[in-house]
Ligand binder design. Sequence first.
Ligand SMILES: Cc1cc2nc3c(=O)[nH]c(=O)nc-3n(C[C@H](O)[C@H](O)[C@H](O)COP(=O)(O)OP(=O)(O)OC[C@H]3O[C@@H](n4cnc5c(N)ncnc54)[C@H](O)[C@@H]3O)c2cc1C
Length: 411
Amino acid sequence: MNKSISSSQFQLMEETKLFVKNEIPRQLLLDMDAEVVRYPHEFIQNLARNHLLGIRFPKKYGGRGLDWSHEVLALEEIGVLGASLACLFSLPSIVGEAINVFGSDYQKANYLKNILNGSISVAEALTEPRGGSDFFGATTEAKKDGDNFILNGQKRFIVGAEGADLFMVYARTGALNEKHNSMSAFLVERSKGLEVEHVYGLMGTRGGGTGRVRFKNVKVPFKNILGEVNRAEEIFNQMMIPERMTSAAGALGLARTALEIAAKYSDKRKAFGQRIREFEGVNFKISESLTRLDAARALVGMTGRMIDSGEPAGKIRRLVSESKKFATETAWFVVNEAMQIMGGIGYTNVYPIERLLRDARLMLIWTGTNEIMNLVIQHEYFKELFKSPSSSRDVEGDAINSNLEDEKIYE
Ligand SMILES: Cc1cc2nc3c(=O)[nH]c(=O)nc-3n(C[C@H](O)[C@H](O)[C@H](O)COP(=O)(O)OP(=O)(O)OC[C@H]3O[C@@H](n4cnc5c(N)ncnc54)[C@H](O)[C@@H]3O)c2cc1C
């Protein structure tokens, strides 16, 4: 029992750990990496059977009614399996967030419930060939036609696209120059005119059905609009919480497992007549990796608690972005150090470090690049800094010459 977490958090963590240990065949991971398996349907079914989908969503829709402080613990355990399975585990949490917060009763009963019981697989389609970071510049459009919208355009790099029954799609319903007030979010069933093409040549994160999605006059009934027409910005902001928290918490598991493999190796491998873990050049890498990993876990855990306690949206946005940036950069650092500790054998497929390294690299790019995280972090910080007079001590005044106003020229 870990005394710093509640018994229900501990139980969920242990349950997920056992699921990861016992329910995922080694062959599935190998086949996904080799793209023999292009979409692991069975994994989603298995998660649903084990009631691991929708941890945060209401019990009446099949969720567990828990919170972020629980979900991050489960995510870390799933992260041990690598980025593809962690992402497929996360998609119901991401798309589910939009439906749970903004969806109609019909959408919750018809979609959220079936996503959580595993009878509907989902994908989220934001990124377009013309740009991902510039999300509000997206050009996929939806035109009203009687009781329907007609979708035309394309999205790329969509995880789960090959197996999804339902796509959450953002499309333009207003004028392009209205950028932030002209996008709407749709729940689009796989139907006539929606075509998925396999994306070849991914460095890692394979076997998760990543594809290009084309919409050619796809008919979407009005009842499948999420929230209000032209108001998708609000949904986007809400969805970025699970989008980025899942990346952050999943990265912890990947890093943890890479570090464990390398640390155990360093205890067995000998050079110059001694175990390599006895060389400072090796064991300091372990210290540094572990310290960063613990710091990342603390940040992700704190952010989870802040979301649960309903802190202001701007502060949540900053912390979620910090968590995504720091945890993914930590994972990249740790997995590289793990490879270095293992020497040449770490670079081969005798150990899974090379696969974890290929997976980890993507984490700095997806769900918003870490440059975009920096953009958000400083933006929200400046807003907080100037919002209200500070209640802290005026330390600027503690300098000897703080009263020399003529020296305080800023322009
Ligand atoms: C394997 C894979 C899976 C993915 N899964 C999904 C998915 O399921 N659904 C989905 O919708 N998307 C998905 N993505 C897309 C991913 O989120 C985007 O690739 C990412 O957001 C970056 O967008 P981009 O590729 O268009 O790069 P660009 O936006 O073109 O960025 C290129 C570079 O410019 C930098 N840049 C751009 N704007 C700024 C700025 N204002 N300040 C500083 N730097 C800037 C970026 O940081 C980056 O370094 C996936 C991508 C991959 C590769």
